[in-house]
Design a protein around this ligand. Structure first.
Ligand code: NAD
Length: 256
């Protein structure tokens, strides 16, 4: 994409945002890559290093110890991460009244850390653990000292000693019902739908831009690489979210 073309597309995206009455954003792992958290399928994605099987619920049940070794390595990165300019740009759009909500596939909590208020976490959060036996949920801080202690293997429930799992959606698990319901209803009722940093291959999240489009919304995609759904978007911008989103917000400010 040439510089001139990039500038033109950023302007087009900003125009759509200014004209919109209800703008909804769907974010994926790509938006947090510039915060140091690897995505799954991007150029340095986690699946290239570990294999997709570790994200499946059956792997967790069969090898909880091995899963937790992988999870702790990722968790240390997630807990130390800070929001990047892309997270702050979306938080600023919300403050300006130009973003209704963020539907995120991410589990890192970085949108909230950046100041976004209306965030729907459809794949759960790494900041909570759930007991597979009694269903009790624990903020990660309550278990943290055990998690990080020497010789640690598998975290167990403080009430019933059941095995704890991150309160995130694994492959093979259902999405949280309430969050999915809200995400679908927001997608149906918005007039602009922006996707940032998602390969759009994980369903049902990947169906949300299509739901918005089929209800008449305009659509914007900001992603480093092509996705399987690029043709469906009114404006497609290839690039790093941390560089593109602040430029879009700058344009929006000028236009308003
Ligand atoms: P994905 O890994 O399938 O796709 C990420 C996309 O982001 C890729 O197409 C890549 O080209 C793009 N990308 C990489 N760096 C970018 C950047 N700087 N700016 C813009 N785009 C960039 O991710 P997905 O679509 O979210 O689906 C994978 C699943 O992985 C999700 O369900 C999510 O729960 C989980 N996940 C979350 C995190 C996190 O919380 N940060 C990290 C890894 C995976």
């Amino acid at each position: 994409m040439s510089e001139a073309e990039l500038r033109a597309r950023i302007r087009e995206a900003a125009e759509l945002i200014v004209e919109s009455k209800k703008n909804v954003a769907l974010t994926g792992a790509g938006i947090s890559v510039e915060s140091g958290i690897p995505d799954f399928r991007g150029p340095n994605g986690l699946w290239k290093r570990y294999g997709e099987h570790v994200g499946h619920i059956s792997f967790f049940f069969t090898n909880p110890g091995e899963f937790w070794k992988f999870a702790l390595e990722v968790a240390k990165v997630i807990f130390a991460a800070r929001p990047n300019p892309a997270h702050y740009a979306l938080a600023e759009l919300e403050k300006m009244g130009k973003l209704h909500c963020i539907i995120t596939q991410n589990i890192d909590g970085l949108h909230q850390k950046a100041g976004s208020k209306n965030v729907i976490e459809i794949h759960g959060t790494a900041w909570r653990l759930v007991c597979l036996q009694c269903g009790t949920k624990f903020p990660v801080e309550e278990i943290a000292s055990k998690l990080m202690s020497k010789g640690f293997t598998i975290p167990r429930c403080l009430k019933c000693e059941g095995i704890l799992k991150p309160d995130t959606v694994f492959f093979g698990e259902r999405l949280p019902e309430e969050e999915l319901k809200i995400a679908i209803s927001e997608s149906m009722s918005c007039d602009l739908f922006m996707v940032v940093g998602s390969s759009l291959v994980v369903y049902p999240a990947a169906s949300l831009p299509g739901i918005a489009k089929s209800h008449g919304a305009k659509t914007i995609l900001v992603n480093l690489e092509r996705t399987a759904m690029d043709e469906m978007f009114d404006v497609v911008i290839y690039g790093k979210a941390g560089e593109i989103l602040p430029k879009i917000v700058e344009e929006v400010k000028k236009m308003m």
